[in-house]
Write a protein that binds this ligand. Structure first.
Ligand SMILES: [Zn+2]
Length: 304
C-alpha cells in the first residue's frame, strides 16, 4: 500500500493578534483548506503534532530566556523585538509549531519527505526572540532527532528571503548542523550572522539570478554537510509581490526552486523535512499559492 504523505498542522491553535497586524496568520488555515479542497486531499495524512517538550527546547535555548518567555516575564522591549503580542496562547502555538517540525523530521526519515505547514522561525536566537519568532524550530528539531540517535549530521537549507540569523548564531560552534542561507542582502535582519554558507542577493534579483545561485549553493552545502537529513525552509517571501521581500521571483521561479531543492536532496539520498517560513504577499492568496506549490512538489518527489 502506498504511504500517505504526512503533513503536520497547528493552525487550530490561535495566534492572538489584532485584526490589522501585518503578520499573515490566516495563511496557515488557508493553506490547509487549499490542500483539503485539492486533488491531493486523498493522498495526504494531516496530523496535529505533540508540542515540543521543555527538554527539547533546552537543547536550543537559554534556560533563563525560556523561563521568562513561559512566565510572562519578558520586557516590553523584548516583546517589541519579536513584533507579536505575548500571550500564553502565543507560547503554546510556538511549542506546537516546533513540535510539528520535529514530527516532520521523524516522518521524513520514514517516508522520504514530510511537511510542517508552519514553522521556519529562524530569527529566534538562544536567548531572545526576533522578527515574529519566539522559538527556533529548526534547531530544536535537529537536536531532538540527533538526541534520539536517528541521525548525526543535519543540513538546514534556508530559502526564506530573510537570513536565518538565529539559526546561524545558535549552531555557530556545532559542526553537526550545517546552515545554508540564501537571502536578500539589503533586507532584515540588517546585522547578519555567519551561516556555514551565505548567499546574499541584491535587490530585485530575478528567477535566473536566484536559481543559478541556489544551484551552486546546494552543490557546495550538500558536499560539505555530510548530512543524514535536510530541513528545508521554503519561504514564500522571495516572491516579487511580497511586502517584505525585495527580490523579484515569479511563482514559476519559486516552483523551480522547490524542484531543484527536492531533486538535489533526492539525488543525495537525503530525507527532507519541509517548513513554510515567511510569506507576506500583498494578496495572501499568492502566498498560499506559493506554499501550495511547494506541497505539490514535495509530494511529487516523495512518489518518485
Ligand atoms: Zn522571511
Amino acid at each position: 500500500m502506498k504511504i500517505k504523505f504526512k503533513l503536520f498542522y497547528t493552525d487550530t491553535f490561535p495566534i492572538p493578534i489584532p485584526e490589522n497586524h501585518s503578520f499573515p496568520k490566516d495563511k496557515y488555515r488557508l493553506l490547509r483548506m487549499r490542500i483539503l479542497e485539492s486533488q491531493i486531499a486523498q493522498s495526504v495524512d494531516l496530523q496535529i503534532p505533540r508540542p515540543t517538550t521543555h527538554e527539547e527546547i533546552m537543547r536550543a535555548h537559554d534556560p533563563v530566556y525560556i523561563h521568562r518567555l513561559q512566565n510572562a516575564e519578558l520586557t516590553a522591549k523584548e516583546i517589541r523585538r519579536v513584533g507579536l503580542p505575548w500571550s500564553p496562547e502565543m507560547v503554546r502555538r510556538a511549542r506546537y509549531s516546533a513540535g510539528a517540525t520535529i514530527a516532520a523530521c521523524r516522518a521524513a526519515l520514514e517516508d522520504g519527505i514530510a511537511v510542517n505547514l508552519g514553522g521556519g522561525t529562524h530569527h529566534a536566537f538562544s536567548d531572545h526572540g526576533q522578527g515574529y519568532c519566539w522559538l527556533n524550530d529548526s534547531v530544536i528539531a535537529s537536536r531532538a532527532i540527533q538526541a534520539e540517535g536517528l541521525v548525526q549530521n543535519i543540513l538546514i537549507i534556508d530559502c526564506d528571503v530573510h537570513q536565518g540569523n538565529g539559526t546561524a548564531a545558535i549552531v555557530k560552534n556545532d559542526p553537526t548542523i550545517f546552515t545554508f542561507s540564501i537571502h536578500g542582502k539589503n533586507n532584515f535582519p540588517y546585522q547578519k550572522e555567519k551561516s556555514d554558507l551565505d548567499i546574499a542577493l541584491e535587490n530585485d534579483a530575478d528567477d535566473v539570478v536566484y536559481l543559478k545561485a541556489l544551484a551552486n549553493g546546494l552543490k557546495v552545502s550538500l558536499n560539505a554537510a555530510g548530512a543524514d537529513l535536510v530541513i528545508y525552509l521554503a519561504g514564500a517571501d522571495p516572491y516579487k509581490d511580497d511586502r517584505f521581500g525585495r527580490l523579484a521571483l515569479t511563482k514559476e521561479g519559486l516552483a523551480k526552486r522547490d524542484r531543484i531543492v527536492f531533486q538535489s536532496c533526492q539525488e543525495a539520498g537525503l530525507p527532507t523535512a519541509v517548513t513554510m517560513a515567511g510569506g507576506y504577499a500583498r494578496n495572501v492568496q499568492d502566498t498560499v499559492d506559493i506554499h501550495f506549490q511547494t506541497i505539490l512538489s514535495a509530494l511529487e518527489h516523495q512518489n518518485l
